[in-house]
Design a protein around this ligand. Sequence first.
Ligand code: ADP
Length: 287
Amino acid sequence: MNVIEVKDLSFVYGVDTPFEKKAVDNLSLSIKQGEVIGLIGHTGSGKSTFVQMLNGLIKPSSGQVLLEGKDIWEKPKEIRKVRFKVGMVFQYPEYQLFDETVYKDISFGPRNKGLGESEIDETVRRAAKFVSLNDKLLGKSPFDLSGGEKRRAAIAGVIAMDPDVLILDEPTAGLDPKGRDVLLSQIISYHKERKNTIILVSHSMEDVARIADRIMVLNHGRLEMLDTPRAVFSRVDELESMGLRVPQITRIMTILRGKGYDFSDGILTVGQAFEEVVNLLKKEGKR
Ligand code: ADP
């Protein structure tokens, strides 16, 4: 079943001004319930504008966003309901923490949703656990947390809304490699348990390759590709012409293919490359 369907979707900033800019240009696509989509594109390619249209934060200039088959703008007064179903973690979400305690911050969404006190408590603790936020931290002020903890507390606040679709805009931006790995693993295990739909916006190809079922590539507001990571990363030259850097191992394997080595295309990880090399050596009787 399609959870999201987008039809001829466009967004123009500054209509009728000298700064008029078409940020999203006539996109049509559908996303199935439970899919993990990696959204990549150069800065300014329209990623943020696109995802903000998915949860009704901005209204399309033209075209439609259907959520479970219904146009989200059919009843504009009910647009808030869409934001409960489509949760968004913004870039640097830790700047949105504002309450006295981490607990109060995470409970803000469920409380707004009208849940009872015991349900709120259960939801907050479950969300905190998903992002490995220790119970002891819940009573602290968000400002006393470390950078990584703040980020996880902010993500817990969105997870606590239990959204059917979770959009994460550059969730690992500014984290060190270890923090990045931990956060990605948490997102993967959250998805395994909840089986909800996830859209991960990133300019790290490595991150999206690890997590996505399909990768969506935007360039100048247009949808250039929407396919499996392997199919997308087999188009190295096109990606590079859009200013996107493919994983280094993908690049190396592509260069070797060009030199006549019989490797598969779209290799994404060192592990896959290793297997390819071992197989090739076996074929040539060298191992
Ligand atoms: P990305 O998330 O891929 O970096 P954005 O959706 O933020 O891309 O931006 C797409 C285009 O729209 C860019 O050219 C950007 O400069 C322009 N843009 C984004 N926000 C605004 C705004 N509030 N006003 C005018 N132009 C904007």
